[in-house]
Design a protein. Structure first.
Length: 988
């Protein structure tokens, strides 16, 4: 009698993609359900029997009057309730009240095509079916249905009037449209089944609608009666196909539509009042044995079709089991009772259908009168697992329809313009894009005048790449937009109903690229933005035909070119605990540790946390973002010099056992000739910690000695360290420093300060002549100046060029670079120190380290600039043992050697700082594993790699922008506290 309902109320495992759950015929449960129905029906009056076939629609309103009306409705013994718009809290309160008071349990239903949010505020607004259709993923559709069922179960709902099984093959359909999975009946059928099976896997009845198919209409049945004029063959091939599949797989509910189909009923009765369609076709020919619901009986289409007769009686006679939402439930009941007494409707049919409804109540668990918990309701309905699925659906749906000249993705492109074309705003899209570069923002509303439009187009012409986000179904192109598409590289982003594209045919023809995002929700905007930047693949397919532009199923697959992002919980991290990083990072801003910072956390190759805080500048005028470039300082050692040394060793160009004299002629015969590369990497070569090379640039006769004092006193106005002050009244040697760049003075020291080409040789001489101390550990920048010399000698190539060719370019790191001002505007770079001593300016794009600056900003010890997100792939490559995105850069045993090597007196591995040991002072959180390695930087940076837990942690800041000797970052232990929070999240 009941078909093959899923294992309702039983634990049923989630199925794999493409595999329907096991359909279970359980005779014992059917017998029990009928026995329950028979026991309840004993002694029921005709009015009570008929009331079971009516499901009123109720708004869960506040107030005493509404409560009294609800109690009265429950007391009348109606078979169920369809909840309308309200709050979860009020609806749950009324549901619990009904469970206590109803003589016969009521069936609770919702119209949840896109989850509870279709009717209830404060809940997850799931995407419309067209978005799910674009994913082309049956496993995702099943998960979607199951997540919707979880919401329903939490609210005591047993029936969901979904999925929509209509094939929307009419772009002018005013009522179905994006509610449909698409225009291909085969694909719609698959998604209907997957979604329905997801619902029923948790015991919530799936109700396919609107039988026999509402997709090809131009009329809204809420307002009038649509007509489907196709012949029977076409109906069976298209409109009926999803329903027949739904029935064959044994799912439990179908809703009849208010539309007339002459090929199925020549009397032109609406399907919901047609015996030929609802009984003869649906039940007798197609064999459907589940519950049959009418569409809402207050809709004008059915009212007009029935005319002066009783809609309730007409729909009952057609063969429906439950009459949904009549305008007056009491009147409908009275009309049915009158018809029964008059013999117009058959008593045996009343008994059969009442028995069927009661048995289904038993199967669906409506007979459970236990009160539902009211605590933690919002948290349960907005759980992290559902949010993660919500995000994933949108990510899987992004559809690339055109990509001339392989314009997309925008990996490394730093400047573009975004035009919001429509009334909906796109702040999340803009935010994501600005994390990838500089994006100017413009807007043209639907009602914008010609003058405003032309002024906006004129501004946009300054950009070579323009993203046009179409955010309204009412948006229409104008001549200015068409001309812009002809003159510039325009990318059209449809963040709205895809049928809107039909109005943009000419613009689409001229545009370089076209992307479908389907709506302008927060997750849709973020997904489209990340896909544009290559952070997500574009794998969606167009679910509907857009003639003559694109056919259903169109979609250009585009692989991910950027980072992979994931929710923390997908890799075993506690989101709540991880989010406490926000508080620590903001504490640093508030307490003056830095103007701003970036924090990135990745696990198992997936970025689970990437945020920017504060400002780029000390004046707090420029908000920070995750694309801001920071001076990495000594992190350069670990991410440029050391990986290049690994590669050189793999290529046989050098060995860490090599003495310096083997590679550097200027050290032959010096006290450094026998120092090995390993000695430099361990910082055990006896080199001085620093050499103040800049002193050689200064005219010693230009000021009274000394230049620097270590107590505050007159004549030394410039503080350069916590306990150091310098003179201002000195001059540079004109033979070494010029205010203009030229062939003889090519080296940029800072803006307006250029060094003679002989300066590097002068620095070499100072290194050669420097005294070595007794061999032991001493951290030294000179070590890495010498390693730079070795690399450049081995490759006969400058270090910055070597880094670009060997690492940055192959890894796609276009925003990790030396000398960033050659490629990026100062506004894209975090402000550095206010150097009043040597360079007399606020640094912004020029390296902080003076030795590196004297080398033109290209050094083995410092000089790299980049963002946390741009730095991550390089660190992940090291964590992966030398590979990234399928390409090998370094041999795994070489990575192992450099990152795990130990020295009896040095805390360093080969070039990498490492965990000093539990309870020992160091730069790594005590809670981190001992295998953790990485580096810190003077400007307030660090990066740490944890091979044991597959974690990468990056922190970048510009602490020196406030004052060079600012030590709040260390005093507040910001970097180690953030790292500690990562591990608390892992444990939590």
């Amino acid at each position: 009698m009941f078909g093959s309902i899923l294992a309702v109320l039983l634990c049923c495992p989630v199925v794999k993609a493409g595999t329907p759950p096991t359909m279970i015929k359980d005779p014992a449960r059917s017998v029990a359900a009928y026995a329950y129905a028979d026991s309840v029906m004993q002694g029921m009056t005709d009015e009570q029997l008929l009331a079971q076939l009516i499901m009123p629609m109720v708004y869960p309103k506040e107030g005493q009057k509404a409560l009294e009306e609800w109690d009265h409705l429950v007391a009348r013994g109606f078979g169920g309730v369809l909840w309308q718009k309200g709050t979860p809290e009020r609806q749950l309160f009324l549901t619990n009240r009904m469970r206590q008071r109803a003589t016969i349990p009521m069936l609770v239903a919702m119209d949840g095509e896109w989850g509870l949010s279709m009717r209830l505020s404060g809940t997850i607004r799931w995407p419309r079916n067209i978005v799910l259709g674009a994913t082309n993923n049956l496993s995702t559709a099943f998960e979607y249905g199951r997540a919707t069922a979880e919401e329903a179960k939490r609210m005591g709902i047993q029936v969901n009037f979904a999925p929509v099984a209509d094939v929307n093959n009419n772009p002018l359909n005013p009522v179905i449209g994006t509610r449909s999975f698409g225009s291909d009946p085969q694909q719609v059928a698959k998604l209907v089944l997957a979604y329905g099976q997801g619902l029923e896997s948790l015991g919530v009845l799936a109700v396919a609608k609107h039988f026999p198919g509402h997709g090809d209409t131009k009329v809204d049945s809420h307002k009038a009666l649509p007509v489907i004029s196709h012949d029977r063959a076409r109906l069976e091939e298209v409109e009926l196909y999803p329903f027949t599949q739904f029935i064959q797989k044994g799912l439990g509910g179908i809703m009849t539509g208010h539309l007339t189909v002459p090929a199925l009923d020549s009397s032109r009765k609406a399907a919901s009042v047609s015996h030929a369609i609802t009984t003869e076709l649906l039940q007798e020919q197609l064999g459907f044995e589940g519950l049959i619901f009418t569409d809402g009986l207050a809709m004008q289409g059915v009212i007009d079709n029935v005319g002066k007769g009783s809609v309730a009686v007409a729909t009952f006679k057609a063969g429906n089991d439950i009459l949904l939402a009549p305008p007056s439930p009491q009147k409908a009941l009275a009309e049915l009772l009158t018809a029964l007494k008059a013999g117009e409707i058959d008593r045996s049919e009343v008994l059969r259908r009442c028995r069927k409804v009661l048995a289904w109540k038993h199967l669906l668990g409506a007979t459970n009168r236990a009160l539902l918990p009211t605590t933690a309701l919002s948290a349960d309905l907005n759980n992290e697992q559902s949010k993660a699925l919500h995000t994933r659906i949108y990510e899987e749906s992004v559809t690339l329809l055109k990509n001339n000249e392989s314009l997309l993705p925008f990996v490394g492109k730093s400047e573009m313009a975004l035009l919001r074309y429509g009334d909906s705003r796109t702040p999340q899209l803009l935010q994501v894009l600005r994390n990838g570069g500089t994006v100017s923002s413009h807007g043209i509303g639907v009602k914008a005048g010609n003058g405003e439009r032309q002024a906006t187009y004129q501004k946009l012409r300054k950009s070579s790449v323009i993203l046009v986000a179409i955010t309204s179904e009412r948006a229409r192109p104008d001549a200015g937009l068409l001309q812009l598409a002809r003159d510039r590289s325009v990318v059209l982003l449809f963040l709205t109903n895809p049928y809107t594209a039909l109005h943009f045919k000419e613009v689409i023809t001229e545009a370089k690229a076209v992307v479908m995002g389907y709506d302008s929700s927060v997750d849709a905007q973020r997904a489209v933005g990340r896909a544009l930047l290559g952070q997500l693949p574009m794998s969606g397919v167009l679910p509907v035909d857009l003639p003559p532009l694109f056919k259903a199923g169109a979609g250009i697959p585009l692989e991910r070119k950027g980072l992979t992002f994931a929710k923390p919980e997908t890799v075993g991290l506690n989101r709540r605990l991880l989010s406490k990083i926000d508080d620590i990072a903001l504490e640093g801003v508030k307490k003056g540790a830095y103007p701003g910072c970036q924090v990135l956390v990745a696990k198992e190759g997936k970025v689970v946390y990437s945020k920017a805080f504060g400002y780029k500048d000390s004046g707090k005028k420029e908000p920070n973002n995750t694309a801001t470039l920071y001076d990495l300082a000594s992190v350069t050692k670990a991410v440029a010099t050391v990986p290049l040394l690994m590669m050189a060793e793999d290529e046989g160009r050098l060995s860490t056992k090599d003495p310096l004299g083997k590679h550097l002629d200027f050290l032959k015969g010096s006290n450094k000739e026998s120092v090995t590369l390993a000695d430099l990497l361990f910082h055990t070569g006896g080199m001085p910690a620093v050499i103040n090379f800049y002193l050689s640039l200064i005219d010693q006769e230009s000021y009274p000695s000394p230049l620097i004092t270590y107590r505050c006193q007159a004549g030394f106005p410039i503080q350069i360290a916590r306990k150091a002050w310098a003179r201002r009244d000195f001059s540079y040697l004109p033979s070494l420093v010029s205010r203009e760049q030229s062939e003889d003075y090519p080296i940029r020291f800072a803006e307006g300060y250029y060094l003679h080409r002989s300066v590097r040789e002068m620095m070499r001489e100072e290194i050669r002549d420097a005294q070595l101390r007794r061999r032991g550990y001493r951290y030294s920048d000179i070590d890495f100046l010498l390693l730079q010399e070795v690399l450049e000698q081995c490759y006969q190539m400058p270090l910055d060029q070597l880094f670009m060719e060997k690492l940055a370019t192959p890894l796609g790191l276009k925003r990790l670079t030396y000398c960033p001002l050659a490629r990026f505007a100062p506004s894209e770079i975090a402000e550095g120190q206010k150097d009043q001593f040597l360079r007399h300016q606020t640094l912004r794009g020029d390296v902080d380290d003076e030795a590196a600056a004297m080398l033109g900003g290209v050094s083995g010890n410092a000089g790299l600039f980049g963002s946390a997100e741009e730095l991550f792939p390089l660190l992940q490559m090291l964590l992966n043992g030398g590979t990234y995105d399928g390409h090998r850069y370094i041999k795994p045993n070489t990575v192992q050697k450099f990152t795990t090597a130990r020295h009896p007196i040095s805390p360093y591995a080969l070039g990498f700082d490492r965990h000093r040991g539990k309870g020992k002072v160091g730069n790594v959180a005590d809670i981190a594993p001992l295998s953790t390695y990485g580096h810190t930087g003077f400007t307030g940076t660090c990066c740490w790699i944890d091979p044991q837990n597959e974690i990468v942690y990056i922190f970048l800041s510009n602490r020196g922008a406030l004052k060079r000797w600012n030590n709040q970052l260390s005093q507040l232990h910001i970097r180690t506290r953030i790292q500690e929070q990562i591990y608390l999240s892992l444990r939590g």
